[in-house]
Design a protein around this ligand. Sequence first.
Ligand code: C2E
Ligand code: MG
Ligand code: MG
Length: 741
Amino acid sequence: MNVKPHDQQNMSIFESRVDTCKVLSVEDDQDYQDALINALSTLNYDGKDVEILTANSAAQAGVIIAMNPDISVILLDVIMETDDAGLRLIDTIRDGIGNDLVRIVLLTGQPGSAPADDIMNRYDIDDYWSKPDLTQDHLQTIILSNLRTWHHLKDMKEARHGMQMLIESSQRLATKRDILGYTRSILEEVSQLLNIKKGGIVCFSDTADGEIEQAIIVAASGELSGYAQQKLGNVFDDHFLLQSISDACKEKKHVFIEGYSILLFSNKELEERVCISLVKLDRALLPNELNLLQVMCENINVGFRNVALHSKLTELAYFDPTSGLHNKNWLTREIKNMSPVDIPCAKLLMLHLEDLAHTEMVFGSKFVDQLIKSLCSHLHSYFTDTIHIVLVERDTLAVLVYASQVYDEKSLEPIIHASLNIENATHTVDVIIGSIEIDQFKHYEAEQIISAGESALEQARRKGLSFLVYCEKLASAIIDRYALLTDLREAVINDQIEIYLQPKVSLEHGELVGFEALARWQHHSGNFIPPDQFIALAESCGLIGKLDQNIMRRSCLAVKALVKEGIIVPISVNVTGSEVVRPDYFEHLAALLHDLEIDPQLIELELTESQLIEEKATICKQLKVLKSNGMKVNIDDFGTGYSSLAYLSTLALSTLKVDHSFVWRMEDSTKDWQILKMIIDLGKALGLTVIAEGIETVAQRTQLTELGCQQGQGYLFSRPMPLDQVVNWAEKYSKDLGHTL
Ligand code: C2E
Ligand code: MG
Ligand code: MG
């Protein structure tokens, strides 16, 4: 028994020993205090000395308890500075200091009195005795039984705390998906569980009996944090330690030596490797800590399995199984997670391997696999900086390069004409490269960045180039185009594209001879999108058929409305060649005219010269059908294509519309004037009506009339206008006829 004399009371707070059981006697009666110390002088518990700390007042006791959280039992006098000083101290201990473990035995001065019910109920005490009833034996029994209870409670509390930490650590470990992140976490979790801050390392050893000195440290923390990425043998020269690690690996068990705890993880998920975690310790591990560690190690092993499983799933999701190269998903993720530091120097090169299908057909798929592999090594040796190769399609690779250097066609020549060694023979592959600087596209989604790379490649191929760098301006134009396409689809499907009518007049006398229907699309932004733009877009995405049908229907309804107003002239409708040649085109048109009760002579078709050439093979028959049904067909924009006279004469045409470019240039260019004259003469010779479009000035009109052109259309007469303005215009026009025109 180790008792401090009361005159050294304050010292005892700091000098108490670690491996003793502490009992605190709080008593203001010095004689009783001395007797108590004397009575407990021979006591020991579980082989440990019982150390008696003493306090003479509740106030002094409070300080001692706060500084010694390992006091197990308090013998507490009730009446000290005040009548209830002892009782007040209980609240301080439980609620103020927060010590709910220490056993409190209340001692009162009155002999034989039973504890008042309200005291037992109100205060959190464990025992209640009257001093006169206490014999020495009795006191020792009370102390020993409370020491035992305190130790049990303490173990339970620590176990609960340990379990809590284990659960939390398991939860944290379970969030780790990659093996490296996981190993780093092991270190953190073990250190946290054992409350050790000195640090540790994690390394993998290749085989259970591999040379331990060669194991690479994959994670390091605390005092050992500088050891990461080094070989174990290079940083530790302690022979005994290295031998112990080697033993742990061989025997596949954890080893605890002075100063270090060596934990070993091995399961089939790690294949031939073992994972060693070495934690620096400045104390021996306690039995309960060893138990917790054991459970944690089991958890870690399960974790390795989960991480391995996750890696396998990742492999399936992010790698091409045949080549083992990254796939497009991987590239998307990589771009998404790219660090801002890397973005300024990141480039995406899309490589298309020309004629690969042909090569595969001739040499077989194994040869092509070899070829791709060989190209990858070639790429790795060409680029001195970090690169990642991704297989986008069988014949398309993406290379993500982190380099500040600028590449051009010349510097990339060894890739563009790649000389590869396959099966001991040299094989040359022609590669087309489309490239983008990621920095220019950093505000785009990862998927859009990849699409921009693909567009770069597509542009290069379309233009017959070996290398093309795609700029953001070009890409954003494409993105805008696609956004417009979505809107156009909606507008066409909902029949929101209207028609404006532009009059055609006789040049000789000026009378109205017809109208041309021109499509007008007012975008929801309020702007009118020019037909040159949206017609081409509709053609490129298969919407043109539906659009032409809508315009035709609207034109038919316009004819009907004008006839009602006494304006009985044909409306010509621009149609697309590829639609007209459809076998059922005429049937549908005839049905529409029939349903709306429209005279076929009041609807004319306008087909451009270039469309007539494109559809040469099939158009002839179809035009004849139209003509035999009383419909006229105009050849639009004449002079811009290269149709031969002989071909034109075979087509059932009725009108030839001279392209506006000749009209606009004829005054300045004699050559154009001559061509124009030739076109007008040619048209007449073929028995066609000739009309000139784009007439803006009186001079143009006069010259065209002199050249024998019969009809005209242009801003001089009227701009295209909506149907509801046509009647007014026509009235005014006929009134003015002869005065201004
Ligand atoms: P186009 O058939 O040659 O139509 C004549 C174009 O010249 C029209 O342009 C018209 O507004 C414009 N124009 C008429 N007079 C003048 C003038 O004096 N000066 C100037 N500067 N321009 C004049 P728009 O409406 O922009 O149409 C452009 C082209 O779009 C048309 O050329 C036609 O090929 C096509 N298009 C228009 N509507 C349709 C349609 O409903 N279906 C199809 N398939 N194509 C259409
Ligand atoms: Mg036209
Ligand atoms: Mg035209």
